[in-house]
Structures are given as structure tokens and as C-alpha cells.
Design a protein around this ligand. Structure first.
Ligand code: ARG
Length: 400
């Protein structure tokens, strides 16, 4: 009987590199390493080679940058997805995509096992396990890093003993997860929520103090809820997101420092660099302000909120998420227009917005001349609007 095949969601880092020999030696699997590129990864070929050096029979890099932005980040943007009002979910959004790629690869290779390097304390293990089980319940998901009980120094010894070369870039104390939608920085000194995040935790963003004295304006064009142009120029999704992120980050915008409620029950201090996603969500909301009716907008907030929780909680692939996405897509038909953003020393402000579907009617809103709003109707409307409370009050006061 041949060896069982196992597809590994490989990142090139210490844990997933160690997982290759670990799973071969301990369980006898034949390991297939797959690195999903969701943006911002460097030296992909070097990382791919490292998996082979570690003993994988095959090592592939899957370019999923466009798919990530188009099919995961943008649908979340349409729902203005910000977990606990702050975190744009870049990690949470990548896991269902990585899971999907692992399942596809498992099918190609006839593998019945998929492994990941998530630890036992994070949300990502939930997202990977649940996504894979939803996509193919016949696959067994393995997360050995949850219980191998090796400390970081032990892991380093473990890989070194097997000749796996992991260049230790100084001693990087942080746990990082980054892609086109953002960057998460955890662990190390950040574990003390009172202590200010050290400057070296941030890589994409300059500190607002060091940002240029001159701000910059950017016009973001949306079509049906999706950003398509920058300063009038059409860009592909990944380039557009990357550009907004670069501009915002260069002006000190996009740092988030929060205490977050994890799904697994713990509160954790999280820092993020999310200039692009935050700015785009901000801009997107502006077009919704113009193009959606009050009723739809207010109702959509509840949908947005629920959708955000589903994404965070690992239920991207679920009947409820599908149904909510259908609602959100319907709501976005007319969310077309442009927003003027200004980045300046850590801030991102909205200077203006316009839409061909704008429901803002100058003649109704104006306090100047040419007013067509019916002042007479206002009086009648308020008469009836206030009637129930007036009746209630009269009754209380013995006037009825
Ligand atoms: N707290 C965030 C989340 O749960 C970020 C997770 C970052 N992931 C990581 N493996 N470092 O979505």
C-alpha cells in the first residue's frame, strides 16, 4: 500500500516548514506543500524550494491575488465588513480561499488529508477546519501544531537538525499575517494592552508624525459597489487596492490598535496596518449614503453586521452567508459614483462624493432659493407622526 497523501497549507514560515518532516516522520504521510499567494509575499521561489528541502514530494505556489480581492475582499467591502467596528478581516477573508485551494489540490492528487499550521488559540484554525469540512466533508483536516508542544526555540532546533534553512531575520518577536487587504501584527510586547505598540511592529505605514506635511487627494470610483478607478483611471482590483494602501500608508493612515474578542473565547490585543481596506470601506459608505434609500441603508447595516460576524467566525462557506451575499449584491446595483478622499498625517477624510444614482436632490435639500420641498406637508406629517405619543400623554394627564 502506498503512503497516504496530505496537502499542506504551507506559508514558508517556521511552523509549516517544520510540519513537513514532522508529519512524514510521525505519521508517514507523503507531503504536498501548497503556498497560496494572497499578496505581499516575497521570494516565492525560495519558499517553494524550502518545502522541497524539508522533504515535500511536491511544492506549488498558487497565485490567488486577483481571486482574493475579487471574490473575497470586495464582497466583504460591499458589506462594509469591519469586525468590532475596527478590523477589516484580511486574515479571516483569506482562510476560506486558502481552504478552497487546498481542497482543489487534494482532489487533483487524490489526497484524503489536508493539514494547516494553525495553533490552538487563534481563529484561523476554526476558519480552515470549518471551510474545508464544508467544501468536502470526506477530507480529514489535521492541525498538528495545535498539540505538538514545541516552543519556538525547540522548533528552530527541530528544523535545523533536518537541514532546513530558515533565515532568522533578526529576532522577529511578532506573529505576522499579511495580504492585499491588510497586515496583522501580534505577540511579543504587544501582549501588554497598556503598552504602546513599538514602532518596529509597523512595516507598511509611517507614523503620522513622520508623514509628509503636504496631504494628498485620491478620487475613488465605484461601480455597483466595487472600486474600479483611481483618479479616473481604471485599474485591476489587486493594483487598485495596493495603490490605495500605499498612498494611505505613506501618509500615516491605517494603523489600528485594538483589544479583540476572538471566537475561541479570549480577548487579545491586536494591531493592524489596513490603510487600503479602511479607506475603501470609508469611501464605499459614502456612495451608499447617496444612492441607497434610508430604509435599505438602515436594514443593510444589520445584514453587514451579521455578514461580518460570519466571516470572522469561519462561516464564509455557509447557507446563511450565501443568502446574505445575495441580499448585499442586490443592494449594490446602484452603488456607483466617485468619492474624494484626502490623506493627511494619519487621517483619511472625505472631501466630497457624487453619483449618477444620487438620491440627494438639491431642490429638496436647499435652504436657499428654488426650494421645492413642501413645508405645508411637513406640518401635516408631523401632526400625524406625533399623534400616538400625544394621545398617550393626554391620557396620562387625564386630558382624554
Ligand atoms: N485576529 C485576527 C483574526 O483572527 C488576525 C489573525 C492573524 N492570523 C495569524 N495567523 N497571525 O482574524
Amino acid at each position: 500500500m502506498g503512503k497516504e497523501k496530505c496537502v499542506l497549507a504551507y506559508s514558508g514560515g517556521l511552523d509549516t516548514s517544520a510540519l513537513i518532516p514532522y508529519m512524514m516522520e510521525k505519521f508517514g504521510y507523503e507531503m504536498i506543500a501548497a503556498l497560496v499567494d494572497v499578496g505581499r509575499m516575497q521570494d516565492l521561489e525560495g519558499l517553494r524550494q524550502r518545502a522541497l528541502d524539508a522533504g515535500a514530494v511536491e511544492s506549488v505556489v498558487i497565485d490567488a491575488k486577483d481571486e482574493f480581492v475579487r471574490d473575497f475582499a470586495f464582497p466583504a467591502l460591499k458589506a462594509n465588513a469591519l469586525y468590532e467596528e475596527k478590523y477589516p478581516l484580511h486574515s479571516a477573508l483569506s482562510r476560506p480561499l486558502i481552504s478552497k485551494k487546498m481542497v482543489e489540490l487534494a482532489h487533483v492528487h487524490g489526497a484524503k488529508f489536508v493539514a494547516h499550521g494553525c495553533t490552538a488559540k487563534g481563529n484561523d484554525q476554526v476558519r480552515m477546519d470549518v471551510s474545508i469540512r464544508c467544501l468536502d466533508p470526506s477530507i480529514t483536516v489535521l492541525g498538528p501544531a495545535r498539540d505538538w508542544n514545541m516552543t519556538r526555540p525547540e522548533l528552530l532546533d527541530y528544523v535545523a537538525a533536518r537541514g532546513i534553512n530558515i533565515p532568522l531575520t533578526k529576532k522577529n518577536p511578532y506573529s505576522i499575517d499579511e495580504n492585499l487587504w491588510g497586515r496583522a501584527i501580534e505577540c511579543g510586547e504587544l501582549e501588554d494592552p497598556w503598552r504602546a505598540a513599538p514602532e518596529d511592529a509597523y512595516v507598511f505605514t509611517v507614523s503620522p508624525e513622520n508623514a509628509p506635511d503636504e496631504g494628498v487627494e485620491l478620487i475613488i470610483g465605484f461601480e455597483a459597489g466595487i472600486p474600479v478607478t483611481l483618479d479616473g483611471k481604471a485599474l485591476d482590483p489587486a493594483t487598485l487596492v495596493e495603490t490605495v494602501d500605499k498612498v494611505g500608508s505613506a501618509h500615516g493612515f491605517g494603523r489600528v490598535d485594538m483589544v479583540e474578542n476572538r471566537l475561541v473565547g479570549i480577548k487579545s490585543r491586536e494591531t493592524y496596518e489596513v490603510a487600503g481596506s479602511l479607506a475603501l470601506i470609508k469611501a464605499h459608505r459614502e456612495i451608499e449614503d447617496l444612492a441607497l434609500t434610508r430604509e435599505l441603508q438602515h436594514f443593510k447595516r444589520m445584514i453587514d453586521q451579521r455578514m461580518t460576524e460570519l466571516i470572522y467566525d469561519g462561516l464564509w462557506f455557509s447557507p446563511l452567508a450565501d443568502a446574505l451575499r445575495a441580499f448585499v449584491d442586490e443592494s449594490q446595483k446602484y452603488v456607483t459614483g466617485e468619492v474624494r478622499l484626502k490623506f493627511y498625517k494619519g487621517s483619511c477624510s472625505v472631501l466630497g462624493r457624487r453619483s449618477p444614482n444620487s438620491l440627494y436632490v438639491g431642490k429638496l435639500a436647499t435652504y436657499g432659493s428654488g426650494d421645492t420641498f413642501s413645508h405645508e406637508s411637513a406640518k401635516g406629517f408631523i401632526q400625524l407622526w406625533g399623534l400616538p405619543v400625544e394621545v398617550w400623554s393626554r391620557k396620562r394627564q387625564g386630558l382624554l
